[in-house]
Design a protein around this ligand. Structure first.
Ligand code: NG1
Length: 390
């Protein structure tokens, strides 16, 4: 049974009638532009063929009842219980339920109708692995409320509402990249987004290359704290640099030349964090030009440089990610490899020659298992369409 069939069957079991619709919203992998979305930079993600599936129908009551098939657990909320993050019986919402409840909260803040739902969801985006499982849940519920609420916004608007849910309701101060990629994905295309203007377009990936995702199976801990710290360091750097560069609003506004001239004035840790961001924004711009010129080797080299920078300057890697990247970079057909997403565990992304991808995946699996004793999950992934109804 595939996941769409699973949520359909579980819905019938739970509610005693078939769902009205099934929504699907993908996870994403980011090829370049890491930890720059909240610095107004550029990102290059793709929506992937792993997604959250949501079976739903209007509940015709006040109460939204959501069943998380992956946790075999349910939760109930109403517009009145949203602010307290509790269920009608006063018990706290389970962690996973803060995503759908947060989406309802954000939509209502924007004045959009959110009729009560009966809903069942399941996902094959691994959680806490840098592939944006949370954004995929948010976008699936966004699609559901849009369908039943009698309103329509652009996919980018829906992404912004999902980001608001995550920032202000769940409490992770993330940028727009994940919700954007889940909402706006296009089959077989990479996405390019300017996180300041929100201008975006799609780019072709050369047909001779494959994107391979490798999951270390190490799950990140304490990320929201570490993540919010990194963001705070970037904001501090901007504040300090404003003394010399009064016109800047974010690290996006600082050229590498200015940064090199002024960086010594920053505290050491802030300097490292900000250097990653300024150089990564530069790398992402170069990468687009290389991609347009068909220079896959050049693009891969930038991915490798990005990993070093995330490891040594931004300090969001971990030993297992480093081992996965090191092995990948030594294998035939690999153009570039790096950690993807927030880091601290989770997945790497690899750009690999298409015809060598199956052998690459096997060798990477064996090498990683031998070095760490862990059984990784590795798959060749396909860029997929964004969130919508099936
Ligand atoms: P993931 O890997 O999905 O946790 C996080 C942020 C993104 C972005 C990347 C780093 C969340 C939900 N998303 O992605 O906005 O900043 O880290 O580039 O935390």
């Amino acid at each position: 049974m595939n996941l769409a069939e699973t949520v359909n069957a579980v819905f019938q079991q739970k509610f005693g009638y078939p769902p009205l619709h099934i929504a699907r919203a993908p996870g994403r992998v980011n090829l370049l532009g890491e930890h720059v979305d909240y610095n107004d930079g550029f990102v290059l993600p793709a929506a992937i063929d792993r997604a959250t599936y949501l079976a739903f129908a209007p509940a015709h009551t006040e109460q939204t009842t959501v069943w998380a098939a992956d946790f075999a657990q349910g939760a109930v909320f109403t517009p009145q219980t949203l602010a307290a993050k509790t269920q009608p019986d006063g018990s706290p919402l389970p962690d996973w339920a803060r995503y759908p409840a947060g989406v309802m909260w954000a939509l209502r803040q924007a004045g959009l109708e959110t009729p009560a739902l009966h809903a069942v969801f399941a996902s094959n985006v691994p959680r806490g692995s840098g592939l944006s499982s949370s954004a995929s849940v948010e976008m699936a519920f966004g699609v559901a409320w849009q369908q039943l609420g009698g309103w329509q916004v652009t996919p980018m608007e829906l992404a912004k509402l999902g980001q608001r849910a995550e920032n202000q309701y769940v409490g992770v101060n993330c940028g727009i990249m994940d919700q954007f990629a889940s909402a706006c994905g296009v089959e077989d295309r990479l996405l390019w987004l300017d996180c300041r203007s929100l201008e975006w377009e799609t780019l072709a990936l050369p047909p001779t290359v494959a994107i391979v995702v490798a999951d270390t199976t190490v799950r990140r801990k304490l990320t929201s704290g570490e993540y919010n710290n990194r963001r705070a360091a970037c904001e501090q750097a901007v504040q300090l640099l404003q003394a010399e560069l009064p016109g800047i609003h974010s690290l996006r506004d600082v050229s590498l030349t200015d940064f090199n001239r002024l960086a010594a004035k920053l505290p050491q840790e802030t300097h490292k964090r900000a250097r990653h961001v300024v150089e990564e924004i530069e790398r992402t711009q170069q990468a687009v030009a290389l991609l347009r010129a068909g220079d896959v080797n050049g693009f891969g080299a930038l991915m490798n440089a990005c990993h070093l920078s995330l490891r040594d300057l931004y300090e969001v890697s971990c030993p297992e990610l480093d081992v996965m990247v090191e092995i990948a970079q030594s294998l035939p057909g690999c153009y570039g490899a790096r950690l993807t997403g927030a880091g601290f565990g989770g997945c790497t992304v690899n750009l690999v020659a298409q015809e060598q991808a199956p052998a690459f995946a096997q060798a990477l699996m064996a090498g990683y298992r031998a070095r760490t004793g862990l059984q990784p999950e590795i798959y060749i992934c396909k860029a997929s369409a964004g969130a919508g109804l099936l």
